[in-house]
Design a protein around this ligand. Structure first.
Ligand code: FPP
Ligand code: MG
Ligand code: MG
Length: 325
C-alpha cells in the first residue's frame, strides 16, 4: 500500500476487499471446471496493482465512490489476469504468484480458453460502463496484443533495440495501467485535464512497473517473485538490463555477451548468465532508468492540488520503481 493518510487508507482497504469479492464472483463459470480454471490465478494472489490505481485515480474526482469505479477496477484486473493466462503459454512458464501456471496445472488449451473466458467477462462489464469505456477497452486490448506480438519480433534494420523494447513495454504493460488510471479519473468525475494527466502518469508508471519486473527476473529469487528467475533469458527476451549490458564494449564482458547472444535454454548456462548479470553495472543503470521514469510520472501529478491523493499517487510511483517482488 502506498503512503496514504489514515482516512484514505481505511476507505481503500474496505473497497479493495469488496472488489476482491466481485472478482471472485466474476470468475464463476457455468460449470465447476470453468470456475476452477478461472479462479486458479485470481485466488493465487497478486498485488491488485491495477484496481488500486483505479481507486486512487478516482480520488482525484468529485465522486470517487461511484459504483462505476468498482466495475472499472474489476475490468482492468480481469483483463490483466486474462493476459497472464496467455502470456504463461507463450513464455512456457511453470510458476506464477507462487502457484503452478494453468498451462502447467492443466495444459495450453485450458490456459488459452480460460484467458478468453476472463477477457469475455471483462468485456461484459465494460459494456456496463458505456460506449466510451468500450472504445478505450478495445484500444487498450489492441495495444496489449501489439506489444506482446512486437516482443516476438526483432528490431528492424537501423532500429535502436532499446527503443524497440520500450515500445514493447509501453504496449504490453503501459497501455492497461494507463487505462486503469484513466478509468478511475473518468468515473470518479475528475476534470478532463486531470483525466489526461493521470492517463499519461499511468502510461509511465506502467512501463516502469514492467521494467522493474524485468530487473526482478534477474535479481529476485522465486521466493520473492513467485516466478522462476531467468524466464526472460530462457525465452530470449532482451529486457532492459540485458540491452544495457549488451551495449558494453568492456572486454571483461565477452563471456556474458556470448551467453546473451542466444535464448538460454540450458539451465547451467542460464545460471551462469544470471550470476554475471546480477553483478553487472547494467543492473544499476536499469534501476536508474526506472527511477527517472518515476520522477517523470510524479511531475505529471502537479495538475492535482497538494494533499493526500497526490501524495498517495507519488508514493505509488516510487513503490513501482523500487519494488523488490
Ligand atoms: C507479461 O509480460 C505479459 C503482459 C503484461 C501482457 C500479455 C498480453 C497478451 C498475452 C495479449 C493477450 C491479452 C488478453 C487480454 C487475452 P512478461 O512475460 O514479461 O511478465 P511476467 O514476468 O509476469 O510473466
Ligand atoms: Mg511471462
Ligand atoms: Mg511474456
Amino acid at each position: 500500500m502506498p503512503v496514504v493518510d489514515a482516512e484514505l487508507e481505511l476507505r481503500l482497504v474496505g473497497r479493495l476487499a469488496r472488489i476482491e469479492e466481485l472478482l471472485a464472483e466474476h470468475c464463476q463459470g457455468r460449470t465447476p471446471y470453468v470456475t476452477q480454471a478461472a479462479t486458479h490465478l485470481m485466488a493465487a494472489g497478486g498485488r491488485r496493482f491495477r484496481p488500486l490505481l483505479v481507486l486512487l485515480a478516482a480520488e482525484a474526482g468529485t465522486h470517487p465512490d461511484a459504483p462505476e469505479v468498482d466495475t472499472a477496477a474489476c475490468v482492468v484486473e480481469l483483463t490483466h489476469v486474462a493476459s497472464l493466462y496467455h502470456d504463461d503459454v507463450m513464455d512456457e512458464a511453470a510458476l506464477r504468484r507462487g502457484a503452478d501456471t494453468a498451462n502447467a496445472r492443466w495444459d495450453n488449451h485450458v490456459a488459452i480458453l480460460t484467458g478468453d473466458f476472463l477477457f469475455g467477462r471483462s468485456s461484459e462489464l465494460t459494456a456496463d460502463l458505456g460506449p466510451d469505456a468500450v472504445r478505450i477497452q478495445a484500444q487498450t486490448f489492441t495495444r496489449l496484443v501489439e506489444g506482446q506480438i512486437l516482443e516476438t519480433v526483432e528490431p528492424g534494420p537501423g532500429e535502436d533495440p532499446l527503443q524497440h523494447y520500450l515500445e514493447v513495454v509501453a504496449g504490453k504493460t503501459g497501455s492497461l495501467i494507463a487505462t486503469s488510471a484513466r478509468y478511475g479519473a473518468m468515473f470518479g468525475g475528475a476534470r478532463p485535464e486531470v483525466v489526461e494527466a493521470l492517463r499519461a502518469y499511468g502510461e509511465i508508471v506502467g512501463s516502469a512497473f514492467q521494467l522493474s519486473d524485468d530487473i526482478l527476473d534477474i535479481a529476485a529469487d522465486s521466493d520473492a517473485s513467485g516466478k522462476t528467475p531467468g524466464t526472460d533469458l530462457r525465452e530470449g527476451v532482451p529486457t532492459l538490463p540485458v540491452l544495457m549490458a549488451q551495449a558494453s564494449t568492456d572486454p571483461a564482458d565477452a563471456r556474458l555477451l556470448e551467453l546473451l547472444a542466444e535464448p538460454l535454454v540450458d539451465d547451467g548456462l542460464r545460471a551462469e548468465a544470471l550470476d554475471l548479470l546480477r553483478r553487472h553495472p547494467a543492473m544499476d543503470q536499469a534501476r536508474d532508468h526506472v527511477l527517472g521514469q518515476a520522477t517523470q510520472a510524479k511531475k505529471l501529478l502537479e495538475v492535482l492540488d497538494p494533499g493526500p491523493v497526490r501524495t498517495a499517487l507519488e508514493s505509488f510511483a516510487d513503490i513501482v520503481a523500487t519494488r523488490t517482488s
